[in-house]
Each structure stands twice: as C-alpha cells, then as structure tokens.
Write a protein that binds this ligand. Structure first.
Ligand SMILES: [Zn+2]
Length: 278
C-alpha cells in the first residue's frame, strides 16, 4: 500500500453557481472535507473557458488563481482559454501565466472545437512558450480520429507538454501509439496520460489488466492520477489506482511524482533524452 503524498491532478471545484456540473453543489470546501485526513496534499482547480465571453473567461481564471492563493497552494490553478478567441486567447495565456497559472485546460467536447483545427496550434505554442502544460479532455465519443490528432499536435510542438485526460476512455488501447513513437529519436515523449474516470471505471473489471498493461507500455513516468471530482469520489479514485494492480513504486509515480514534475516550470525532455528518461 502506497502511503506517501498524493496530488489530485483533475478536480472541478465549483466557484460560482454557473460552475455546478453535478446535482449537488461542489465548492472547494466540500472537496477538502472529503480528502481531509487522506494523503491528498495538492489538487488541480480547473476552469473551462466559454467562447466569445472574455470578461467571464478572465473572471473565472482570476477565481481559480485566487482560490490557489487563498488555499495556501493546496489547489493549483488550471486556467483556460477558448482557442476560437484567437489573439484574445493568447493575451489571456500571457496574463494567467504571469499571474501564476500552473496548467491550462482545453476541452474539445465542452468548448466545441476540433483538436486538428488551425486555431488550436497557436494556443499550444503559446502555452509551451510560457512553460504551461496543457490538460486536454481526450475522450470524444464523436470524433474517432481524435487520438491521432493529439499525437500530431504533440509532434508539431515538441516543447509542449500535453496531458490527455481520461486516457481516451474505452479507446485506451489507442495509447499504444506512444509506445511506438518512443522508438523514434525525434519523439520528445511530451504526452502524459491522466487516468481520471477511466481508471476507476475499469478497476476491478475484465479490462483492468489490459489498461495497466497499456499504461506500462506508454511508460509509468507519463501517467498522472486525477479524480475528476465531483464526477468521481476522490478517495474511491485513489483506491482504483491500487485496484488496477500497480505496485507501490508505480503508485508513487502515478499518485504523486509525475504530477509534481509537471508542476515544475520547465520544458519537456529534449529529443534524444527519451531513452534515458524511460
Ligand atoms: Zn473533468
């Protein structure tokens, strides 16, 4: 049993009534009450930007930045822009990066954009230039080609650090492409996998062994824990990591070390360092 500190890399604390995503309100205090006395030491606080509503985007980004400060760093700010907002989105990235944003969140389903759309690349480049990892929702029931689009994006911007939330859901075997890409010296291994929702969903079932096998092929140093609170219960999600059959050392990497490394402001390993990093 892993007994060290845990970083929850994916939560949606409700900061205003419009931010409620499940039947009951889920303010930051509710999350903290659930994890109090647990091994959780830090948690992502995510917001998602709406298109053409810059005042609201700025206000919600400022709210997660404030939450991070008010919580003494327990929550780390995961700000958001809408790629279709163009230059305004890039300016907002500058603003939140300077204000201490940890990561940037983009959600192709909720924000209604195509990962291969021309508006996405400038946002990914701008985030990379400011050392901000990008947390993407990466399960689309409607865009079967989406996994390949993420691989393209990571190859196009090797200095970006992409975190793919939900591990492509039931399409998780698609992640094996990263095992193949890692054999090429030019590949920067700049893709991480957030196992929120999909991990607890598969734990204890017939796919659990396959999911763990695929993640080991990608590399356990690239796997990040998240609960997606309030969609899942954080403590059950933590138990799910052990239930997937990961060793204590693997749990330490998944539940803490890999996210901790993504909270350090620096670029991804350069091509050529891939083999040493593995
Ligand atoms: Zn989420």
């Amino acid at each position: 049993m892993y007994e060290g500190p845990i970083i929850d890399g994916h939560t949606h604390p409700m900061l205003d009534p419009a931010g409620q995503i499940v039947a009951v309100p889920h303010p930051p205090q509710a999350y903290r009450a659930i994890v109090s006395g647990s091994q959780v030491r830090r948690a992502a606080a995510i917001t998602i930007a709406h298109q053409d509503d810059l005042a609201r985007t700025r206000a919600r980004n400022s709210a997660v930045l404030r939450l991070a400060e008010d919580s003494g760093g327990f929550f780390f700010p995961v700000c958001s822009v809408h790629p279709a907002d163009g230059l305004s989105a890039l300016r907002e990235i500058d603003r939140v990066a300077a204000a201490g944003a940890a990561w940037l969140k983009l959600h192709p389903n909720t924000q209604h954009f195509d990962v291969a759309g021309p508006e996405v690349l400038p946002v990914v480049r701008a985030a990379a230039a400011r050392g901000l990892p990008l947390l993407f929702d990466a399960y689309s029931p409607w865009d079967a080609n989406q996994p390949g689009k993420f691989a393209d994006l990571a190859a196009a911007v090797p200095e970006a650090r992409l975190i793919l939330a939900h591990a492509h859901g039931p399409g998780f075997p698609q992640l094996l492409v990263y095992d193949v890409l890692a054999r090429y010296p030019g590949w920067a291994r700049n893709v991480w996998i957030d196992i929120s929702v999909t991990g607890p969903m598969l734990a204890g079932g017939p796919f659990a062994e396959q999911f763990a096998w695929v993640l080991r092929k990608v590399g356990i140093d690239r796997v990040v824990f998240g609960s997606d609170y309030p969609v899942d219960d954080p403590l059950a999600a933590i138990r799910g990591v052990a239930e997937l059959g990961f060793t204590d050392a693997e749990q330490a990497a998944i539940l803490h070390d890999n996210a901790a490394a993504l909270l350090v402001k620096e670029g991804p390993p350069r091509p050529g360092q891939a083999e040493q990093a593995r």
